[in-house]
Design a protein around this ligand. Sequence first.
Ligand SMILES: [Zn+2]
Length: 115
Amino acid sequence: MNMNCKESQALMDAYFDDELDLVRSLEMERHLAECPGCARLHDQRRVLRVGLSSNALRHSAPADLKAAVRTAIAAQTASGKSSRKPSNKWLLYRIPAMAAAVVSEYLELKARGAL
Ligand SMILES: [Zn+2]
């Protein structure tokens, strides 16, 4: 049975993860060899996966943030309570903001085709 583009694209992640049985894998390879559109999608996905697995996307937290987190954890551990002190409240906003910044940078790089 020949695979169509809709099936090919639905199974592409499973193909990358080596989760397809032999027959489906061979159908996928045949379709990718015959269909430029799906072959292009396959290449884009391969490049994205390589980019995601590289260290280029790793960002270390600034030293002052690491120190502040350690201090806050030590203070909570020492007090033995889970109540937050007002002086540590900024951490609750800064960590999600940094995560959002990393995601935003990733999406911008992806949109520019750098990945
Ligand atoms: Zn196709």
